[in-house]
Design a protein around this ligand. Structure first.
Ligand code: C5P
Length: 232
């Protein structure tokens, strides 16, 4: 894209545009060992899903929230959430659930894809992602520097490489996209572990903004214990 075209795109997006947030919460959360779908597990008396949605609404830059849950939990989710939040049925994999949410996204200009499991995500992080989208980036993801050295290993457990840690980022959600870009990415392959990977596959550039340690994903029992301790 030429510089003049880039400026035009940036101006068009700065002029406004609606933001919809999709919250996939249709996972079974087996790794959490809580005996119920992860998004419905309570954190200091409030389900993770409710906390994640409250964070999005508190950011003040999201026009609509769509929550994606297992078919048998639609009524339960709707009862927990404000009436303005739409609740739809998800699919077998996370990408299937996001695809279900996208169908309900209407003609929004920007789409944020969050995880119910990142229940403590601060509103400031959500605002950073939306601000970069509005300034013209078509795909924006939060990321943190990696503290561990990361190894690539083969199937037999032998190390096959050590990527330079300074070039690595552990990425979080919400990931933000120009709606047209995300829809195009979702026409292709699925099965990726994040939405940005699908956008990378169609050749679009993805911009990383500073993540936040509070946006960690609550996946294992130790994550739940940490989240409870932080709220105590
Ligand atoms: O399993 P994982 O921790 O990667 O899930 C991330 C998020 O995606 C969770 O909020 C989970 O509920 C959601 N998910 C989903 N549909 C699936 C699997 C996961 O909405 N089929």
């Amino acid at each position: 894209m030429r510089v003049e075209e880039q400026k035009l795109t940036a101006n068009a997006t700065t002029a406004g545009g609606t933001v919809i947030a999709l919250v996939p919460a249709a996972g079974r959360g087996i790794r959490l060992e809580a005996g119920m779908p992860k998004a419905f597990v309570e954190l200091a008396g409030k389900p993770m899903l409710v906390r994640a949605v409250e964070g999005l609404l508190a950011a003040g830059c999201v026009d609509q929230v769509v929550v994606i849950v297992p078919a048998d939990l639609v009524a339960a989710a709707a009862a927990l959430l404000p009436a303005t939040v739409q609740v739809v049925v998800g699919g077998a994999e996370r990408t299937d659930s996001v695809r279900c949410g996208l169908q309900a996204a209407g003609d929004a200009d920007y789409v944020l894809v969050h995880d119910a499991a990142r229940a403590l995500t601060p509103p400031g992080l959500i605002q950073r992602v939306v601000a970069e989208l509005r300034s013209g980036h078509r795909a924006v993801i939060p990321g943190l520097a990696v503290v561990d050295t990361v190894k690539a290993v083969d199937a037999s457990g032998m190390v096959v490489g050590t990527p330079d840690r300074a070039t690595l980022r552990a990425v979080q959600t919400p990931q933000g996209f120009d709606a047209e870009v995300l829809r195009r990415a979702y026409r292709g392959e699925s099965g990726a572990t994040d939405d940005a990977a699908l956008v990378e596959l169609i050749g679009e550039q993805v911009f990383v903004v500073a993540g936040d340690e509070m946006a960690f994903k609550i996946t294992r029992p130790i994550d739940l214990a940490l989240a409870e301790a932080l709220l105590a």
